[in-house]
Design a protein around this ligand. Sequence first.
Ligand SMILES: Cc1ncc(COP(=O)(O)O)c(C=O)c1O
Length: 211
Amino acid sequence: MLGGEILGDAYDAGWVAAQTSGGAVALRVMADLLAQLPEPPTVWLQAPTYGNYVPILTVAGARHQALPYYDPLRSELTFDQMLDGLKAARPGDVFLMQGVCHNPTGADMSEDQFTALLDTLEALGIVPWIDLACLGFAQGFDADCAMAGQIAERFPECIVCITLSKSFGICRGRAGRCSSRPAPATRRVSPEQSRPSPVRGLRTLRTMVRR
Ligand SMILES: Cc1ncc(COP(=O)(O)O)c(C=O)c1O
């Protein structure tokens, strides 16, 4: 649900997706799957970043490392240091980045930096994992989705986690989604992510987006 609305034409039959109870559960489901791969990748993080990433990855047993993203004293991105640090990654590793309205810094990459980052990921064989939390709060819903669509167009392998709870003001309705292309080699989702998946929040949102 809401695949095409967010990823546009790049949302093809190669994707597998699960509805989740908000974004944190989407992240946890993906962290669990990555940790179970026969050769688990390292998940590279921006620092500082959303405070739940490290606890989620740690509890899932997913290997992770941080790269400097932002210098709070200078109030600027440490973009070159981040790219430089990525050189230590191995092909098949994963880079967990946010879409718009970077949490907690509020500082997003410029378009040029975003393109340079994608060039680097592609050159090093690193899989982008994009986490979208505040779609619609930067330049409007469609414009804010564009970067995810660009990644999905360009990278045959990528991961997208989304929370739409805040974007549509249904925080307590919980609307999240976790998707990857290709499907993860393992499909064993941990027992605490009970089924069936929650769909009510997302159905409401789909009606709103389509209107
Ligand atoms: C970047 C980011 N990812 C994920 C989440 C988690 O979303 P949810 O509250 O739907 O679990 C948040 C919530 O603030 C967030 O800022």
